[in-house]
Design a protein around this ligand. Structure first.
Ligand code: GTP
Ligand code: MG
Length: 422
């Protein structure tokens, strides 16, 4: 699908940033944090913020989200600064976006559109492109409904089907069909991934998944540990696809390490849904490596946002190693020791310089041994299902059949061990 968001013209597009804050919201993000992140997103889209304005909203209005006075302020600023695009830090309904455009006479974009635009720019694999297109179309579809009202007016009075509406219905049908096709193709991709994971599981190779806020250094760490050659860059949402590599630990144990798309606070819901196939790597992982950029001024908030996304993926309870990355950028490291002590499994590293990587590898080995338990158990002769379970989930040392019992000796994942003792 054509890139529907900011188009990169010659020179940067002049942007007016509108930060929307709801008075009664108990938000953990300060205005500065919102401004900084929105600016990074805008830069990633090829825009340049020429001015900014904060709208403190008591009650959002159905028509424009913000008050009419503020809409006028924005229109004046746009005129004075020859702004090309106004970008809202809060999502807008289709009707609000159109109403704002009618008054302000400038292109209006919301945060979700901005994020979708970056994703569209960075998607390179077939799967990545399909996932982005799905998210874009799902964003677009409900917004076309509003346009229908407008276009049908052009068509004439009650009962007349205007040409605009006919075209709109065709567009809507085409988009809906395309969504169905993309979902079907993506579910095939998900099946292929599931099959690959099953092969790995059959071989008993544990899966570790790198997760974290965008730009935390996940891909850099994958490269340092496995020479994967993953693209890394100082910017938001560099990686969109999941990439898995084998890592052999110093004690010769093998694991699979996967890199994936970075998270962000208030990530649009249908983006998470569209990236279902990619994010399944996280959901299916045995252990998560949560990579944090500790040189980021608000890294504690970023950690909470990552945990929000993990919760949405039902993966917050997974065994997790907290990887406190970019320590080479810190002048003072004393406070970090205190922070590290708050967690059972935290390791301070620099993925870039390689500092403390051996400690991280030790931690990975340690987690690995805590995931597996050895069992030596007698089960009733009728319980062949448990023999199968031992073969499927673990490493079988011996199976001995007696008159009424079966003796199973095996190493199995901790989370299934209990089933043998019921
Ligand atoms: N100084 C320093 N820079 C680092 C370190 N790790 C990563 N970086 C830099 O941080 C930037 C982001 O790194 P990436 O590895 O692309 O980050 P990511 O988490 O994969 O980001 P996304 O793919 O966007 O989610 C790059 O410029 C890296 O060179 C580190 O330990 N120290
Ligand atoms: Mg990356």
């Amino acid at each position: 699908m054509k890139n529907i968001m900011i188009e990169n013209r010659e020179g940067a597009e002049k942007v007016l940033l509108v930060i929307v804050k709801f008075k009664k919201d108990k938000v953990r993000w300060s205005i500065d944090e919102d401004v900084n992140e929105m600016k990074e997103l805008i830069v990633a889209c090829g825009g340049e913020v020429v001015d900014q304005l904060t709208c403190s909203v008591d009650k959002p209005t159905a028509s424009h989200l913000i008050s009419e006075t503020r809409v006028k302020d924005i229109a004046e600023l746009c005129h004075a600064q020859a702004v090309d695009t106004v970008i809202f830090s809060h999502d807008l309904k289709g009707s609000q976006q159109r109403n704002l455009e009618n008054v302000i006479k400038t292109k209006i974009i919301d945060r979700t559109q901005l994020i979708l635009d970056i994703f569209a720019k960075h998607a390179s694999s077939k799967e990545g492109k399909m996932q982005v297109e799905l998210a874009q179309l799902e964003y677009l579809l409900p917004r076309l409904v509003g346009k229908g009202i407008e276009l049908s007016r052009l068509g004439g009075g009650i009962g007349t089907l205007g040409p605009g509406e006919t075209k709109l219905e065709v567009d809507r049908r085409r988009i809906s069909q395309r969504i169905v096709k993309l979902k079907r193709n993506l579910s095939e991709v998900a099946n292929q991934r599931a099959l690959k994971r099953k092969h790995r599981k059959d071989k008993g190779v544990p899966a570790f998944s790198l997760v974290g806020y965008t730009n935390a250094g996940k891909s850099t760490l994958l490269n340092t540990l496995t020479q994967a050659g993953q693209v890394t860059r100082n910017g938001l949402f560099t990686t969109l696809d999941s990439l898995s590599r084998q890592l052999v630990l110093p004690n010769n144990q093998k694991i699979i390490l996967s890199d994936t798309v970075g998270f962000m606070h208030d990530l649009p819901h249908h983006l998470i849904e569209a990236f279902h196939a990619t994010l399944e790597e996280v959901q299916e992982a045995d252990v998560l490596l949560h990579v944090m950029d500790v040189s980021h001024p608000y890294f504690r908030h970023l950690k909470e946002s990552v945990e929000d996304v993990l919760k949405e993926l039902e993966s917050l309870d997974k065994v997790t190693i907290l990887v406190l990355n970019k320590i080479d950028k810190l002048e003072d490291r004393e406070w970090l020791k205190g922070f590290e002590k708050n967690f059972d499994n935290a390791v301070c590293i620099s993925a870039k310089t390689g500092e403390n990587i051996p400690e991280l590898l030790d931690k990975i080995s340690e987690m690995l041994s805590s995931l597996i338990v050895e069992i030596n158990v007698d089960v009733p002769i009728s319980r062949m299902d448990l023999v199968n379970l031992a073969h499927e989930e673990g490493e079988v040392y011996s199976i001995k059949y007696y008159a009424e019992t079966i003796n199973i000796r095996a190493a199995v994942p901790k989370n299934v061990a209990g089933r043998f003792y019921k």
